[in-house]
Design a protein around this ligand. Structure first.
Ligand code: ATP
Length: 242
């Protein structure tokens, strides 16, 4: 429904023991948007993702997904509702083939039919021709970039209403990073709402509708992606230019 955000986080506080990792952050992702959460090492990006996916409980604050309060909803239920995460470090099943890895993405998700599942696999292979060529290759023998593609493809198999991407560029060569971001933009243009967590400001913000800057547990800036990219403080902190 227009007007209802896909994701609305209000004043989210998260602790690890006595350490307060998030000090009350608020952010919104609207339907069809690609939104980046930018932050340096230790800023709290992964903690934010864990809060959204339900792997970490909130101390206070709330999370709404498509108008429903999910603050206390178990993680597995959130996947079924349509919040699907591609974890940091890509974690594909190394001993399974590409095709088997993709099949695993359907696990836990209710599908209308085999036909619907086939349509989704075809969509993933169309997005990633490399995966189609290598459908019988073992996941563990794929290159870093190919494994990232496979991890994203597997998440798409669950037909996410909100796709969470945790640092997809980590550890990849510049050319591969460009390729991955182009595909992320395509997935978004084709209708998937995406929240992207990144340190790569240039690639992420230039392709995002909006962005947020997270610094040691607090959101310090927000705005359209290209505006943030032009911001002096952002350029200095994340692009090494004053
Ligand atoms: P990176 O890019 O390095 O992954 P990040 O922005 O994702 O960083 P988080 O991993 O969310 O940052 O960490 C935020 C803060 O919470 C850091 O100070 C970190 O040390 C702390 N933290 C994270 N996980 C734990 C944990 N399991 N126990 C205690 N403290 C933690």
């Amino acid at each position: 429904a227009s007007g209802t955000p896909v994701l609305q986080i209000r004043d989210m506080v998260i602790h690890y023991g006595r350490i307060e990792a998030l000090h009350g952050i608020s952010l919104t992702v609207d339907a069809g948007e690609l939104v980046t959460l930018l932050g340096a090492n230790g800023a709290g990006k992964s903690t934010t993702m864990r809060g959204i996916s339900g792997l970490k409980q909130l101390t206070s604050g709330s999370i709404e997904f498509l108008g429903q309060d999910i603050t206390r909803m178990p993680a597995a239920k959130r996947v079924i509702e349509g919040i699907v995460q591609v974890p940091e470090g890509r974690r594909v099943f190394p001993g399974m083939t590409v095709a088997e890895n993709l099949d695993m993405g359907c696990y836990g998700r209710k599908f209308g039919s085999r036909a619907e599942q086939k349509t989704t696999v075809d969509y993933v292979y169309e997005l990633f021709p490399r995966l189609a060529e290598r459908r019988s290759q073992l996941g563990g023998t794929m290159s870093g970039g190919e494994q990232q593609m496979l991890a994203i493809g597997r998440a798409l198999m669950a037909r996410p209403k909100l796709l969470l991407l945790d640092e997809p560029s980590m550890g990849l060569a510049p050319m591969v990073i460009q390729q991955i971001f182009r595909i992320i933009a395509t997935i978004n243009e084709q209708g998937t709402t995406i929240l992207l967590v990144e340190q790569n400001a240039q690639q992420a913000l230039s392709r995002s509708d909006r962005g947020y800057v997270l610094e040691t547990g607090t959101i310090t800036r927000e705005g359209p992606g290209k505006e943030l990219l032009a911001d002096d403080a952002v350029r200095e902190a994340y692009l090494g230019v004053a």
